[in-house]
Write a new protein. Structure first.
Length: 156
């Protein structure tokens, strides 16, 4: 039996209005400039879990895996915004690394990563997005690695 294309009704997809790259990129800007939309706290999101009070007990309750991870240290201001003061990572055990900061900062946010490279890349992204005031230098890459920062492409 031969396949007869003429017997199948064509299904037209609805047009994807407003879904082009430039439309998605420019519409918010046009709305702001035209006064249709106000700029209201369009702050970058860290993508980390928290904030939690920075105590050894809380770290053990929240950070239960032995894993690479990235974190942000800081405090929550009166408006409820987490203020990042320092960003860091651990290449193998983020629980232990966080405990070294107890007593120096009030709160933390944290996330696990599957590899030291992923943790390094997240730390770099946090550094560039938030630039914790206590981070004096760009995050360092692990010894004997040739990884580049995903943002500025420098050697960490």
């Amino acid at each position: 039996m031969k396949y007869d294309k003429s017997r199948i009704k064509s299904i037209k997809k609805p047009p994807r209005e407003g879904n082009s790259f430039f439309t998605r990129l420019l519409t918010p800007l046009i709305n702001i400039l035209s006064g249709k939309e106000l700029i209201v706290n369009h702050m970058a999101n860290s993508g980390l879990c928290g904030p939690y009070t920075l105590t050894s007990e809380n770290i053990d309750i929240i950070v239960t895996r032995i894993s690479p991870g990235a974190y942000a240290l800081g405090y929550t201001d009166n408006s409820g915004t987490f203020i990042i003061q320092y960003v860091g990572r651990s290449d193998n055990n983020v629980n232990n690394r966080l405990k070294s900061w107890v007593g120096k900062y009030r709160q933390f946010k944290v996330s696990y990563f599957n590899s030291p490279k992923e943790a390094f890349e997240k730390e770099c992204t946090l550094y560039h997005d938030f630039g914790g005031t206590d981070n004096k230098e760009h995050p360092a890459r692990p010894e004997n690695s040739y990884w580049l920062c995903p943002i500025c492409k420098i050697f960490g």
